[in-house]
Design a protein around this ligand. Structure first.
Ligand SMILES: [Zn+2]
Length: 135
């Protein structure tokens, strides 16, 4: 039987400590998010996990009124360009009307307290973005 490797395991272990751990490519330096087994830029499988400061800039923002199970409704979602390189989709803990493209944000771990079965991630936190002024 083939074992399925948990490529994202160190990410969730880090989030449990409010650390944002991601793999970086040993060959070209790309920070890989979401975590995966190969570098999406050069195809290398030589990746090393490390912690980054998850601050970045709001690239786009929307408010969804019909959301998947396990998420607030409505929910504010943003595409965030992390200073370390990756662009990620994240909930944002802010009022939609208060946000502007270019706002500085930080990703933080938050308790996941919805009655939704996340399977092996059931005991892990989730993450959200908060607006920060000083970075
Ligand atoms: Zn690479």
């Amino acid at each position: 039987m083939t074992e399925i490797e948990d490529f994202a395991g160190p990410f969730w272990e880090g989030l449990n400590r409010n650390e944002f751990r991601v793999p970086s490519c040993d060959d070209c330096g790309t920070v890989v998010f979401p975590p995966g087994p190969i570098c999406p830029e050069c195809g290398s499988d030589e990746l090393t996990w490390g912690e980054i400061d998850p601050v970045g800039t709001l690239h786009s923002v929307t408010q969804q009124h019909r959301t998947p199970p396990g998420f607030d409704s409505p929910i504010v979602l943003g595409m965030i360009d992390l200073d370390a390189g990756p662009r990620l989709l994240s909930p944002i803990d802010a009022e939609y009307e208060q946000l502007s493209i270019g706002d500085r944000v930080r990703i933080e771990a938050v308790d996941y307290d919805f009655a939704f079965d996340r399977g092996p991630r059931a005991d892990d936190p989730f993450f959200t973005a908060v607006v920060v002024d000083d970075v």
